[in-house]
Design a binder for this molecule. Structure first.
Ligand code: ADP
Ligand code: TYD
Length: 212
């Protein structure tokens, strides 16, 4: 089973991923957590290039770099972990590319879809949780993050960009309601976690990982 977390930067998705991972582990499920871009040596190197403020990157180059990082992760980690029967928890996946490079950078959707097909190798999440928070709230949360530093290259993209990204996520969720669930992120951590369990537990049952 494969669960991805999505949302704009600072929405609180990493917090919710950890709460879900701990819940699953306590119930005896074997999980593996990965972040995108990252998790393999090559993908972490690409992450450094993508987030660094040292050089500019054109939108098309950005799309290809995110895709290269993803295909390495899928082939080396995600696909083998799924074959072993582990629950894969991914902090961002292919919907980030549709939302950020498609809606945010306004690249042609056919190009984004072609890269996504190649990068995922057809491996798609069972459940995607989109933690929905408005831009201002996400900005505020990022300022209070203990590891808060200078904004990275992506975080410098500005309000209009992130509003398009958020619209993009809502569009994906409307198109794929069975897979992609919108979770109201403007609440206490525990309440959001509770909502997420209400989505994930039935999926675990459908996958035969929990009893009805
Ligand atoms: P993301 O992974 O989406 O960038 P994080 O999970 O790192 O977001 O959260 C960003 C910041 O917001 C962190 O400081 C985190 O503690 C805080 N945070 C997370 N969830 C909530 C919440 N529901 N309410 C208030 N603050 C939150
Ligand atoms: P990260 O620090 O992981 O962001 P967050 O903590 O909010 O998850 O940085 C990843 C950045 O890369 C983030 O701004 C989203 C962006 N991104 C894309 O633009 N396209 C993609 O396909 C992926 C996976 C991430």
């Amino acid at each position: 089973m494969f669960i991805s977390f999505e949302g704009i930067d600072g929405s609180g998705k990493s917090t919710q991923l950890v709460l879900l991972r701990d819940w699953l582990e306590e119930r005896g499920h074997k999980t593996i957590t990965v972040r995108e871009p990252g998790a393999t040596a090559l993908s972490e190197s690409i992450r450094e290039i993508l987030l660094s403020n040292r050089q500019s990157i054109t939108p098309s180059a950005e799309l290809l770099l995110f895709s290269a990082a993803r295909v390495q992760l899928v082939e080396h980690i995600i696909a083998p972990a799924l074959t072993e029967g582990r629950i894969v928890l991914c902090d961002r996946y292919v919907d980030s590319t549709t939302a950020y490079q498609g809606f945010g950078r306004q690249l042609t959707m056919a190009d984004v879809a072609a890269c996504n097909r190649l990068a995922t190798q057809g491996v798609m999440p069972t459940v995607t949780l989109f933690i929905d928070v408005p831009y201002d709230q996400a900005q505020l949360r990022m300022q209070f993050h203990p590891a808060a530093g200078e904004p990275d290259r992506m975080e410098r993209s500005g309000r209009a960009f992130f509003e398009r990204v958020r619209t993009g996520y809502l569009d994906i969720a409307a198109q794929e309601p069975e897979r992609c669930h919108v979770v109201d992120g403007l609440r206490e951590r525990a309440e959001i976690h509770h909502d997420i369990l209400n989505i994930v537990v039935p999926a675990l049952v459908r996958c035969g990982l929990e009893k009805p």
